[in-house]
Design a protein around this ligand. Sequence first.
Ligand SMILES: Nc1ncnc2c1ncn2[C@@H]1O[C@H](COP(=O)(O)OP(=O)(O)OP(=O)(O)O)[C@@H](O)[C@H]1O
Length: 667
Amino acid sequence: MKRTAEEKREQQAEGSPSEQLLFGGPLVYSARWNDHRYAYFEMSLWAMARRLPRLVGFTVRLARRADRRALWAVGIGESVRGVSQAIGLVAVNSVLAAVLAVGSIGHRLQAAVPAMAGVAVTGVIGALANAGSASGTGRLEPKVERVATEMYLAHVAKVELAAIEDAEFNQLMDSAQYGAQSARRMVGACSGVIGSLVSFVAAAGVLTVLHPVLLPLLVLMTVPRSWASLRNSRERYGSYLRWMEHARAGRLLSHDLMRTGPAPEVRVHGVGPLLLHHFRQMSEASEAEQSRLAADAAQVRLAASALTGVAALLTYGALGGLLATGLMALSVAGTAVLAVRTGGQSLSTLVLRVNDLYEQACYVHDLERLFADAEKWTVPEGGRPVPDRLSLIRFENVTFSYPGSSDSSDKATERPALDGVTLDIPVGKIVALVGENGSGKTTVSKLLAGLYQPTGGRILWDGVDACELDRARLWAMFAMVGQDFHRWPFTCRMNVAIGRPERPVQQAALEEAAAYAGADSVVEELPRGWDTLLNKGYKGGHQISGGQWQRLGIARARYRDAPVLIVDEPTSALDAKAEAEVFEQIRRLADTGQTVVLITHRLASVRYADLIHVLEDGRLRESGTFAELLAPSSAGVFRELYEMQRAQFENPALPGRRKPADAGHGS
Ligand SMILES: Nc1ncnc2c1ncn2[C@@H]1O[C@H](COP(=O)(O)OP(=O)(O)OP(=O)(O)O)[C@@H](O)[C@H]1O
């Protein structure tokens, strides 16, 4: 079977050494090429021509939403411009007929005056219409881009967390980003299409009246160029799709060189030259693709120019023939030449504009696809209310695998993150989740908070399956301080107040939350107090330590003041004194009736928990109070882990000389 050019190219793309080393393989689309090949072949000229009206409709709807009056201005302006051009052409014909008629020059000029006035008036009207359309387009374009971007962001903000972690959805988000800019460009392209279409129809009408053979010849002249530019656009878009992942990775390298986070390591470990080297290597790979595209496009354009030359020869030959045989008068031939030129120009502009539309429509299509896919991933609205006077949340035989985990090639090592977990979270109590790294503690907390849905089993809220509950109301029940809670690049005040984004900032509540988390001293030390910008890269931006951030994170969760507080390693970056204070505060929360789900590796800190669940490899190993799990009769995991931690404090290494083996290669 004959291989397509795409398949050959795919096989050639083994990936640069940089891709192999940094990303584990080629980033040019290959693994998922089959999905995209369909999309690519769908882009045949015919398929695209069929899709074009829908995409134009999509852009017009965006434009109507953005600025209805400007849209009308563009539509009317372009139509008037085209019509005035047509009338102008007819008037030119009349001028030529009058001037080339028999009679004295004075008489002939006099007879041509009304037509000349017509040419002038249509010229002025055309210019005014053009100005109106240009100003409308100028107003419309940024608004369309803003509306499209807003819709894009609104759709993305509504999807499940699983979608944000899904590789396919991520690629779609990436490519659809350009859709908003393309929708903006489509406005200009659409107005250009209307204008050139109207003026082409006008010129074509005049030509058909002059002689029916001229119109097909004019069309013939523009066919090769149309084909060439549409084909080149299609190639460009195909290449863009294939290289998107590669370009994204290249941007990642350059961003890591600029961001403040990796900056110390970039310098001390000398990572800069390494990143630069790989950035160059990856850029060279994409430059090679750009050169291939350019060479290919040049060849196609050359062939198109040759064919256009042949068609022009045919057109003017036919015109000469008509003149020579006396089938066409000289004045008519003059208008015909003008009409061929005007019509040819309009048709070329039309083709260019349609081509623009076509190319931009490819990206707008991605935006449309994102809207459709986002709808499928959207967090459902509505559902049952959270039960009043809740007393128990129960995980019943819950199994969970992270989305995309089943793509793993190593099926043998694949295991669900949670496997048949049954545990209780009594409301108003402190429940601790403990276990080794990767045992599933954070996963339990994320399922509890409704960020993911179980793959098997149920989470029951006083007997009601959580998947039937209204997710917005369920989320309102939680405050979370995750291990990787977000450090918002805003002021200190906003970093805490963002815990309750729906209500106006309440300073007294902020102060209380800060005092609770021990963050009041952090705020006091900041140069502008609550108003200090916590974003080092900006003017007045300030950097605080990891432990200080952690206190702000806890303050944020406190400020949220929700019935269930989930704290995942809340004290990992805190000093010993602050750690003791935070655990004491958490303990006191239980007295106020708040439910606390505490995830920690500091086993001594869970002594005040009402219930401790011990997880291992995604399974629940044991549950009980601190005393129960440490009872001499218990030979469980908790007791074992606790003994190990205790031993570290009871048998600390004595200060003194290190053993020779530890002392390195020194003298
Ligand atoms: N977003 C994710 N996508 C895919 N797999 C994940 C994701 N988050 C965690 N996992 C996997 O799920 C398993 C359980 O992870 P989890 O974060 O729940 O463990 P943990 O007990 O909280 O660990 P730690 O003590 O290190 O925080 C691990 O094998 C981990 O690799």
